[in-house]
Write a protein that binds this ligand. Structure first.
Ligand code: IPE
Ligand code: IPE
Ligand code: MG
Length: 238
């Protein structure tokens, strides 16, 4: 925890970008970048535990990332499965609760199985909630939310006149979590890439040029420090 940090975000969301460029710069295959990226993700979970951040959402694989070459997609899925298998004991030890959002049934069966195993194994942990966004797309999530609302209306659970922001939020993948306070994107890209479109409406953004595999605990602390200096107004006057 950087000493003197006043306000720690309750929820940090990260677009972990730049693995491929990192690998290219080292003359390595893209998958090596993803492997290093997994290490950086692990470090960030630790940093969040130290800061007592309650929720950390990591954009690990987007709905659009399926368009990448089959070999890269396959390698990423293998890496995810391996990472979960190897790291679950550590997550338990560090009291991390694992969750996932996205169209999880799109993942290969072995990945889904390992994911559910890890989620179950960490379900009673009370420290950081680590939410992996997998096969996640913000627009798809909103569509799924609308379908879920329509179902609830059909079943007579709700009346359409009752629909408001709070109720719609309860039909999204993120219904159990507060909106992110801080969004970090690495590798300098100034875009959301279909990440948490609904939830980020009043989130503070922090973009760093660093490529994701180079992102360290210190960088996360720096982002949190900067967050502490922001003034959140939500459209109101001070
Ligand atoms: C982010 O790194 C990881 C995923 C999207 C899975 P990239 O693979 O997008 O790396 P760049 O942007 O090509 O450098
Ligand atoms: C966003 O990164 C998705 C993840 C980090 C998982 P991308 O590399 O896919 O985004 P674009 O293509 O640069 O917008
Ligand atoms: Mg990228």
């Amino acid at each position: 925890m950087p000493p003197g940090t006043k306000s720690v975000p309750q929820h940090i969301a990260i677009i972990m970008d730049g693995n491929g460029r990192w690998a290219k710069a080292q003359g390595l295959a893209r998958i090596k970048g993803h492997e290093e990226g997994a290490r950086a993700a692990r470090e960030c979970v630790e940093a969040c535990a130290e800061l007592k951040v309650e929720y950390l959402t990591l954009y690990a694989f987007s709905a659009e990332n399926w368009q990448r070459p089959k070999s890269e997609v396959f390698a990423l899925m293998r890496l995810l499965e391996k990472f979960l298998k190897e790291k679950t004991p550590e997550l338990i030890e560090q009291n991390v609760r694992l969750q996932a959002i996205g169209r999880l049934t799109d993942l290969p069966p072995a990945c889904q199985q390992q994911l559910h195993k890890s989620i179950e194994a960490t379900a009673n942990n009370t420290g950081v909630t680590l939410i992996l966004a997998l096969s996640y797309g913000g627009r798809l999530e909103i569509i799924d939310g609308i379908k879920s609302l329509l179902r609830a209306i059909e079943l007579g659970h709700i009346d359409k006149g009752m629909i408001d922001v709070a109720m719609f939020s309860k039909h999204l993948y993120t219904r159990y979590y507060p909106d992110p306070d801080l969004l970090i994107r690495t590798s300098g890209e100034m875009r959301l890439s279909n990440f948490l479109l609904w939830q980020l409406s009043y989130t503070e953004m922090y973009v760093t040029q660093k490529l994701w595999p180079d992102f360290t605990k210190k960088d996360l602390f720096a982002a949190v420090e900067e967050y502490g200096r922001r003034q959140r107004r939500y459209g109101a006057v001070e």
